[in-house]
Ligand binder design. Structure first.
Ligand SMILES: C[S@@+](CC[C@H](N)C(=O)[O-])C[C@H]1O[C@@H](n2cnc3c(N)ncnc32)[C@H](O)[C@@H]1O
Length: 293
């Protein structure tokens, strides 16, 4: 058995989605299938779950987890931006987006998401995407590197790190997570190395977001994806960094002004202390939810 992913804020999500028998839900980020199986349990005996996941490893886990639910589950290996096309004229009672990475991806060797250990600098969630993090790191200009690290990583040392990447790759291409980690460590002055988070965290986050076009995908989903909701249908979005959370907050506010949606979470919901202790990965999670009017 592979690594297990612990789903976050399950009770909170289930309460907002108001799962009931006979209803249809979309889990657009299946991961290991934790939230999805809870939705299926609570919509028994005839609720339907449409699941999307673009990562082969996660899809494998989710398919196995959801097998007991038989033909109540329909799974697609697709980017969730395809949702409106996939659904054609069908509408649903709820949508869940649980963004970011699953532990299945983070902890599997060879995927390049973690700076612990050494693996090829890949970072593609969908193995069919054509650019890896190594491609970007070794090809982009100084300005592009600085923009990505500063904007997607919210890293104050972006300029120094970008310069250090260029210097290093002139010597030798940067092909592994360890090689990138070392460049970042050297670029950030020692006295600014935080003990709380690894100095490479923000740079790794930046390249992951860029490789997978995470913000563009979320934007497309917020522009169009919610339109498959029935009136009274609800969308729950769990995000793990401020760039995503800001985008969700601003879009919900605009849709509320335009009388398309009603916001159900004036402030983002965060995991209880008990959950944060039990599952440290949940600490940065923020849940926002809205209802289609
Ligand atoms: C945090 S995990 C979801 C965990 C899941 N809720 C569970 O209970 O196991 C996020 C998942 O979304 C997937 N994902 C991220 N962006 C995606 C996209 N644009 N299209 C499809 N899947 C995506 C990732 O591959 C990852 O497996």
């Amino acid at each position: 058995m592979g690594v297990q992913h612990i789903p976050v804020m399950v009770e909170e999500v289930m309460t907002f989605l108001r799962c009931e028998a006979g209803r249809t839900y979309v889990d657009a980020t299946l991961g290991g299938g934790g939230h999805a199986s809870e939705i299926l349990k609570r919509t028994a005996p005839d609720g339907v779950l449409i699941g999307m996941e673009w990562d082969e490893d996660a899809l494998f886990e989710a398919t196995r987890t959801l097998k007991p639910f038989g033909d109540r589950v329909r799974i697609f290996r697709e980017n969730f931006i395809q949702l409106p096309d996939l659904m054609k004229d069908e509408s649903v009672d709820g949508i869940l987006l649980d963004l970011g990475l699953s532990s299945i991806q983070l902890e599997k060797e060879g995927r390049g998401f973690s700076f612990r250990g050494d693996s090829p600098l890949d970072m593609r969630m969908d193995q069919r995407l054509d650019q890896t993090a190594a491609d970007l790191v070794n090809r982009l200009s100084l300005e592009e590197l600085e923009y990505i690290i500063s904007h997607y990583g919210e890293e104050r040392w972006a300029k120094r790190i970008a310069r250090a990447i260029i210097q290093e790759r002139e010597r030798e291409p940067i092909r592994t997570t360890e090689a990138l980690r070392k460049v970042v460590y050297r670029a950030i002055p020692k006295r600014f190395h935080s003990r709380r988070i690894d100095p490479a965290t923000r740079t790794f986050q930046a390249f992951r977001i860029k490789v997978n076009e995470e913000l563009e995908n979320l934007k497309k989903m917020l522009d169009a994806g919610w339109k498959i909701l029935k009136r009274g249908g609800r969308i729950c979005i769990i995000s793990f960094h401020s760039l995503e959370d800001r985008m969700v907050k601003e879009t919900f506010r605009r849709l509320e002004k335009e009388s398309e949606m009603r916001i159900l979470t004036k402030k983002p919901v965060t995991p209880s202390e008990e959950e944060q202790k039990r599952n440290p990965r949940s600490r940065s999670a923020k849940l926002r939810c809205a209802e289609r009017i």
